[in-house]
Structure formats: C-alpha cells, structure tokens
Unconditional design. Structure first.
Length: 149
C-alpha cells in the first residue's frame, strides 16, 4: 500500500500519538538548526570543505581528505541526531561525539599545517572557529546536563 504524503497525512490527529512528537519536546519554531552550537559547528564544517580540502594534494584524497570529510560531517550530524533523541542523557552522548570530532579536526588542521598544505593564516582561522564551536558546544552540553534529573 502506498500512502500519499499530503498535508492531511501530517495533520495532527489526537487519536494517534505515534505520528506526533510529545508536546513537551516539540516547538514548531525550533529544531537543531536553531542551536548556536550546531551553527558554529556548521561554520567549522564549511571552513574545512571550502578552504582546506581544495588545498590538499591528490595523494591525500583517501587519507587526510577522507578523514577531514568524515569528522566535518560528524560535527553537525551528531548534534542533529542528539537533538532528535527524547531523553536528555541520550542526546548528551551524541553531543560528546560531536565534540570529539572537533578535537579530531583540530589535529587534522595541525597536520595540514605541519605538512605545508596550508599557511599560518588558515591554521589560525581554523583554530579560532574550532575553539568557538568547542566553547559553545561545551556550554550546550552543560545546559543539557542540568536538565537530567
């Protein structure tokens, strides 16, 4: 059976709670993209994709390039997945994975600099973005931890 995904399909039906998020977790004006931590991690991801990856030599395509891509995407994806969890403690684990990806990217940034793929200005710009994202994400983790009872 194929169900057509119409507006009527998504309309709230009080008799069927399976299709709706619990009201205490739902705010139609907010989702993970409104989190400042997610926005700052997105900035880091875009920095690496737009400014670092194009400078890597082709021989790094399946090494450093691949690792940077995985860690960059992990930043925002884990925040999104954690946000989608209905238990605060479960979400925290995903936010911590995102934080670990920030540390991994910082190491990759230093590798790029040490191997002369990028200059000091790009290294400094990347470090700044990573530190800002890390501080904001740590603050968000602490906020969510305060909600765990």
């Amino acid at each position: 059976m194929i169900v057509e995904m119409t507006e009527e399909f998504y309309k709230y039906n009080s008799d069927d709670d399976l299709w709706n998020e619990p009201e205490e977790f739902y705010n139609g004006n907010k989702d993970f993209t409104t989190l400042i931590a997610w926005q700052k991690c997105r900035d880091v991801k875009l920095f690496f994709y737009n400014k670092i990856l194009p400078l890597l030599p082709s021989e790094e395509r399946y090494n450093l390039d691949y690792q940077i891509r995985k860690a960059s995407v992990s930043l925002t994806a884990n925040i999104a997945e954690g946000y989608g969890r209905f238990h605060f403690q479960e979400g925290i684990q995903y936010y911590r994975i995102s934080r670990a990806s920030l540390y991994e990217l910082k190491d990759h940034l230093f590798s790029c600099f040490d191997l002369n793929f990028i200059d000091i200005e790009l290294k400094n710009e990347g470090e700044y973005l990573i530190e800002e994202a890390k501080k904001t994400l740590n603050g968000y983790i602490n906020f969510v931890k305060s909600k765990v009872k």
